[in-house]
Ligand binder design. Structure first.
Ligand code: MG
Ligand code: ZN
Length: 340
């Protein structure tokens, strides 16, 4: 076919960018650039996040009432598109409850899942299904879970959940490693304690195994949204324990690798990897006696206000370049999924 210049547009129509069918939001709680760089340096300069997700942005994390956010306001921003006060769970200072991205997903017939290494009622996961003025209201947050916003959940929190109630709502409930969920609607508790163990205490591949199982169960014609949290990177930061930070960071990074390999094969899934904030004001200050490994120094035991990186992979990844606010992550996801 001869293509005259006047009809070039017809011969080479602009490639329409594909929208994702599924979104996986992976949050490393307290995972700033220093935490990522510490993991990279102490893992023989190898980090899956750096290698596999090459679209990078920067995100400002401040909350409505403080330059330094907490995890509740940070997750509310990403889940609802609203900045709120520290401590609030998808709940605003004017006492209104903005819809969460999971609630949008459910009303669009999509499936939803949460896989975390903390209690399922802890601030970050809670902001996807609950609306409460105070993050400490764990029993009330668990009660919001019974509204059915979440199809699949894996993490801790067993003591604050009513397992008979969960079963009556159609959830398969499993506890510990002895049983693997077989249903496509389930709650899988790490054990009967509130929070799952640390990696150094033997948590093993709980995060990765449950994330991959959830992908298998969530895949369906209408699409899904999954939030995966490396919850304890933050706790290592609060403890000023560099070893704790790095072990939890590398566990999260390993989970990212499995997810990105899966997403690459799938081709219809956008994966976003970010943090709610940095924790500890971590600095890589000098090196150890070998002069090759960084010395990790913390400024304090709280969160810091430095921007956090955002990595994206898959259809719609280009939207995540640039410098923006944490609430923009919500709007980018909402627009890509055509939620009205
Ligand atoms: Mg968290
Ligand atoms: Zn924290």
């Amino acid at each position: 076919m001869v293509c005259l210049s006047i009809s070039m547009a017809k011969c080479n129509p602009p490639v329409k960018k594909k929208n994702p069918k599924n979104i996986i939001l992976m949050i490393g709680d307290g995972m700033g650039l220093a935490q990522l760089c510490a993991g990279y340096a102490l893992n023989k300069k190898q980090l899956n996040i750096f290698e596999l997700a090459q679209i990078i942005g920067l995100c400002n994390t401040s909350s409505a009432d403080n330059f330094i956010t907490d995890s509740a306001a940070g997750a509310t921003a990403m889940s609802t598109g609203y900045k709120t006060n520290n401590g609030m769970i998808s709940f605003l200072p004017d006492s209104s409850s903005p819809r969460t991205i999971f609630e949008f997903a459910k009303s669009n017939q999509m499936k939803t899942g949460l896989v975390v290494s903390c209690a399922l009622t802890h601030a970050t996961p809670a902001c996807f299904y609950s609306h409460r003025y105070n993050r400490e209201l764990h029993t009330d947050i668990a009660a919001d879970f019974y509204n059915g916003t979440v199809d699949i959940a894996a993490g801790g929190g067993f003591p604050v959940f009513d397992t008979a109630k969960l079963r009556s709502l159609g959830y398969q409930v499993t506890i510990g490693k002895t049983t693997t969920p077989t249903s496509s609607k389930y709650v899988s508790f790490y054990d009967t304690s509130f929070h799952p163990a640390q990696i150094s205490e033997g948590r093993g591949s709980f995060l990765t195994n449950n994330t991959m199982l959830s992908l298998d169960k969530l895949t369906n014609d209408k699409g899904f949204m999954l939030m995966v949290e490396g919850s304890q990177i933050d706790w290592g930061g609060h403890n000023n324990d560099g070893d704790y930070v790095v072990k939890e960071m590398l566990d999260f990074d390993s989970c990212v690798k499995h997810v990105l390999d899966w997403a690459k094969k799938d081709g219809e899934t956008l994966v976003i990897i970010t943090a709610d904030h940095e924790t500890g004001g971590l600095g890589l200050m000098g090196s150890d006696a070998s002069s090759t490994k960084p010395k990790l120094l913390f400024h304090n035991t709280h969160h810091s206000g430095i921007m956090v990186p955002v990595f994206a992979f898959g259809p719609g990844e280009e939207k995540f370049q640039g410098v923006y606010e944490n609430i923009d992550i919500f709007y980018k996801m909402k627009n890509l999924l055509n939620f009205k």
